[in-house]
Design a protein around this ligand. Structure first.
Ligand code: UDP
Ligand code: MG
Length: 311
């Protein structure tokens, strides 16, 4: 039996060695399994790749895949999962926010027969209130918006059985929301709980802008509800519009003296309906953009080089 650990890495030169060491240590108790550690270098601009190559020449279990540029966390993860050969595959962040010490516990659940073991955070240390709040809002919103049952407060830190990974590989959609896809795939899934640590060094590669994009990707790739909401908004505003028409006509025909003054109401109506129209077009646009992206059928990523001790 074989374990694969997949780690997407983007500009983590200060952490990468420590990360490798801690994972190695965590795997010591699992010596009955062979293991491979796959680092996916997601177009880092610092010394990350050099360090990774170094690590891999000293440790034959380390494989390095280097992408041709920065493709983003979810794609880097996909690149790693595509080549992982283990019977169980663990996905973990390089910044040690996800403790590798949890892996043996995950393996235990896997041995019990669970096909997906995801790590659920009970606490998140050292993150800004804003991040905590937006993250929590996102998970709850996501549950409301989609039909897939995505567990709250889980990231991509999880163990997946080979079977699940094989299915996952057949998902070639571009705007990827991997944790959603994994929930969609199903099988027996369970959680182990942990406290999410502070990032040891460097800073988050997910600024607000990226988080927002990620959230929109997550929702649009799993749900049509925004489109339905747009329709509802349209119906509501049409109803309001009809009432206003009645009001305008009646006051024109029967109460001639009350018409004409009406700058405020006119402005309100124009701004309100203008807003609804634009946001509805925006929602439709999000979906069209995704259709456009999918139809191009471009490859998800490009591998520049692979390193496996030798080359
Ligand atoms: N990462 C990546 N490509 C990116 C951004 C991030 O491979 O474009 C990696 C990063 O090196 C880390 C993991 O994805 O190993 C999670 O990123 P980060 O810790 O910045 O996210 P956060 O924990 O703040 O959500
Ligand atoms: Mg992190």
């Amino acid at each position: 039996m074989r374990l694969s650990i997949v780690i997407p890495v983007y500009c983590e030169e200060m952490l990468i060695e420590q990360c490798h060491a801690r994972i190695k240590k965590a795997l010591e108790s699992l010596s009955k399994y062979e293991h491979e550690i796959i680092f996916v270098n997601d177009g880092s601009t610092d010394q990350t790749l050099t360090i990774l190559k170094n690590i891999s020449s000293n440790d034959p279990s380390v494989r390095v895949v280097s992408l041709s540029r920065n493709f983003g966390h979810q794609i880097a993860l996909t690149a790693g999962l595509d080549i992982a050969s283990g019977d169980a595959v663990v996905v973990i962040d390089a910044d040690l926010q996800d403790p590798p010490e949890l892996i043996p516990e995950m393996i235990k659940k896997w041995e019990e027969g669970y096909k997906v073991v995801y790590a659920q955070r009970t606490k998140r240390k050292g993150e800004t209130r804003f991040k905590l709040w937006t993250a929590s809002l996102f998970y709850r919103f996501m549950r409301k918006m989609t039909d897939v049952n995505i567990p709250v407060d889980t990231g991509d830190f999880r163990l997946m059985d080979k079977k699940v990974v094989d299915h996952l590989r057949s998902f070639r959609e571009r705007s990827r929301f991997i944790r959603g896809i994994v929930s969609w795939i199903g099988f027996k899934q369970t959680a182990v709980e942990y406290v999410r640590e502070e990032r040891l060094n460097g800073e988050t590669k997910y600024p607000f802008r990226k988080m927002l994009k990620f959230a929109i990707d997550g929702i649009t790739s799993f749900s049509h509800k925004p489109l339905k909401m747009a329709l509802t908004m349209g119906i509501v505003s049409t109803t309001v519009g009809l009432l206003l028409i009645c009001y305008a006509l009646i006051s024109k025909l029967f109460f001639t003296q009350t018409t004409l003054s009406g700058w405020t109401s006119l402005l309100l109506v124009v701004v309100f309906f203008g807003g609804i129209q634009l946001s509805t077009i925006g929602i439709i646009g999000e979906y069209i953009a995704r259709i456009y992206d999918e139809t191009k059928q471009r490859p998800l990523y490009i591998v520049e080089e692979e390193w496996n001790g030798k080359h």
